[in-house]
Ligand binder design. Sequence first.
Ligand SMILES: Nc1ncnc2c1ncn2[C@@H]1O[C@H](COP(=O)(O)OP(=O)(O)OP(=O)(O)O)[C@@H](O)[C@H]1O
Ligand SMILES: [Mg+2]
Length: 354
Amino acid sequence: MSDASSLYHARIAAGDLYHDDAQEAVMPEFDRIGSGLAAAPVKRGLFRKKAPPPPKGLYLWGGVGRGKSMLMDLFVDSLEGTPVRRVHFHAFMQEIHAAMHEARQCGVDDAIAPVAADVAASVRVLAFDEMQITDITDAMIVGRLFEALFAAGVVIVTTSNRVPDDLYKNGLNRQLFLPFIKLIKEQLVVWELVSPTDYRQNRLQGSPVYFTPIGPEAREKIHIVWEHLTGGPASELVLQVKGRDVIIPQFRNGVGRANFYDLCGKFLGPGDFLAIADAVKVLILEDVPRLSRSNFNEAKRFVTLIDALYEAKVRLICSAAAEPEMLYVEGDGAFEFERTASRLREMQAEDWGS
Ligand SMILES: Nc1ncnc2c1ncn2[C@@H]1O[C@H](COP(=O)(O)OP(=O)(O)OP(=O)(O)O)[C@@H](O)[C@H]1O
Ligand SMILES: [Mg+2]
């Protein structure tokens, strides 16, 4: 079994990664956790009392594209044989809410305890990507949930764009959330990744982000960009907007991927597009067709989507039937589309969003 540092150095040696002092500096933390886990195997029965305590986890935070998710993935890969679950924080919380709902249906009053016990029974390490708390229903349960997970010996490693003190900033009833921040600071090593380099931006620099026409060539090129940016298996990301599910079919490490009709062919409105723009740092949107009177509703949604992405400074990579200015040339709304076309152009600039 290799530790996370060795995997990191091997990837640098292979030319996959650039050496980065800030990344290098945090590797001993991952190695500490890895060896702590190896030294503290789960012991049952008679030996249980003698088992050393599990290592402290890690809260790795910093600016976008610094390599937090990539390092966490390396760490997860280094834990061969240890039951570990790497999951997007938002997806995890949705599962928790669903499990708590089910437990309550079965007459359980305090649903957090059994749900946390179930989680703890199946993993030793939880690796969360993108911890952020915006929802009051999450804010009100994470404290007790994490307390139960820590008490059960689960080691938590997480990435975030925010320092713990800024979690759920300006949230409703925030004072009830403060014990969670205290718990995080006590139970995890809080580490800021201060690299000056936004590698995601770097990876996009110099490579085209708008592919036309649609066809096997565009599909292949988009696929290469996706692999280059994510480098691992994707999963669906389900966002809850006003009690409804809004689905991004593929998601990993801040990058979402969808087909035009996945987002613009459904009954989605501005609130949904804002939620999508909020959830991704890069959106890959494939197969944007020519727009006209015949697909007016789809075109209108596309305009709203681009506005939301533009405001949120999300990088957009897309394949389309034509150049932006030629996508929508006739029919109601063609005039308004000029702004969208201009935004699509602007969003192609190398330094856009940085
Ligand atoms: N040292 C490096 N050399 C080359 N590429 C890197 C390096 N570090 C990270 N990358 C790449 O940069 C991209 C962004 O990295 P990653 O997704 O880990 O950033 P992040 O810190 O998690 O960003 P965010 O806060 O937006 O989630 C990924 O494609 C990743 O593989
Ligand atoms: Mg990330």
